[in-house]
Design a protein around this ligand. Structure first.
Ligand SMILES: [Zn+2]
Length: 228
C-alpha cells in the first residue's frame, strides 16, 4: 500500500497515479491505539485529561485561579472526549442502515463538499477540509447523511490526512459491500498555515479510489461531478 498527498492550490489537477491499480493492504490503516485504550470510562478519561491540561497551563505560567481560566481544563477535557476526539470510541461509530436499491439506480452517486473538522496528530491543531465521496451501488444504497456521518466519525480523531482518507474509503467499502468507492479530501492544515512555514494558501489533496474507480473513465466522471 502506498499513499501520498499532493499539495495543490487547485483541486482538480491530477490524482496520484501511483495510488491506482494496486492491491490495497489495510493493515496500516488503523489508528494506532494502546491495548488498554478502553479500560477507562469516558468520565474517567475526562477527569484525567483535565488534571493534565491544568498542569500544562500552570507550567505555561497561567494563573488558574482567574475566573476566565479556571474552567478551561475541564472544558478542554470534555471537548476532547465528547467532541473532537469522539471518533476514538467505537461506540460512537454511526449505526448504518442500508436500503435495497429498488429504483435500480446504477449510476455513480456523489456526495460532495462534506465539511470535515479534524486535528493533526503531530501538532494537535485543526485540519479543516471537505470530503467528496462517490460510490456505485452493488444493490444496496445508504442514506445520504450517513456518508457525512461516517466521514465525520473518522475525522474526530487525531489524524493524518492520508489515513483519514483511507479509513473512510475502507469503511464505506465494507458497509456498502462494494469495492466501487472513491474518496477525495481537500484540506487546510493549521500546522502549516498558522505556524511553521505559515503558508496560508496551500491545500492538501488526498484520494482513495477502489474497484471501478481505478478505471480512468470512471475516475474522470467522478472528477467531472466535483467540478460541477
Ligand atoms: Zn501537523
Amino acid at each position: 500500500m502506498r499513499q501520498k498527498t499532493i499539495s495543490l492550490n487547485t483541486l482538480h489537477k491530477e490524482y496520484n497515479e501511483d495510488f491506482l491499480n494496486e492491491d490495497h493492504d489495510w493493515t496500516n490503516v488503523d489508528t494506532p491505539m494502546r491495548t488498554d485504550a478502553f479500560e477507562m470510562s469516558p468520565a474517567q478519561k475526562k477527569e484525567k485529561i483535565a488534571l493534565h491540561f491544568k498542569a500544562i497551563m500552570e507550567t505555561l505560567g497561567l494563573d488558574l485561579t482567574d475566573d476566565s481560566l479556571k474552567g478551561t481544563p475541564s472544558r478542554v477535557a470534555k471537548m476532547y472526549v465528547d467532541e473532537i476526539f469522539s471518533g476514538l470510541l467505537p461506540e460512537n461509530k454511526p449505526k448504518i442502515a442500508l436500503f435495497d436499491n429498488k429504483y435500480s439506480y446504477n449510476e455513480m452517486l456523489v456526495e460532495k463538499n462534506i465539511t470535515l473538522y479534524s486535528n493533526c496528530e503531530h501538532h494537535f491543531v485543526p485540519i479543516i477540509g471537505k470530503a467528496h465521496i462517490g460510490y456505485i451501488s452493488s444493490g444496496k444504497v445508504i442514506g445520504l447523511s450517513k456518508l457525512n456521518r461516517i466521514a465525520q466519525y473518522f475525522a474526530k480523531r487525531p489524524q493524518v490526512q492520508e489515513r483519514l482518507t483511507m479509513q473512510i474509503g475502507h469503511e464505506l467499502q465494507e458497509i456498502l459491500e462494494t469495492k466501487d468507492v472513491a474518496v477525495v479530501i481537500t484540506a487546510e492544515h493549521l500546522c502549516v498555515s498558522s505556524r511553521g512555514i505559515q503558508d496560508v494558501n496551500s491545500e492538501t489533496v488526498s484520494a482513495f479510489f477502489g474497484g471501478k474507480f481505478e478505471s480512468e473513465t470512471v475516475r474522470q466522471e467522478f472528477n467531472n461531478y466535483l467540478i460541477l
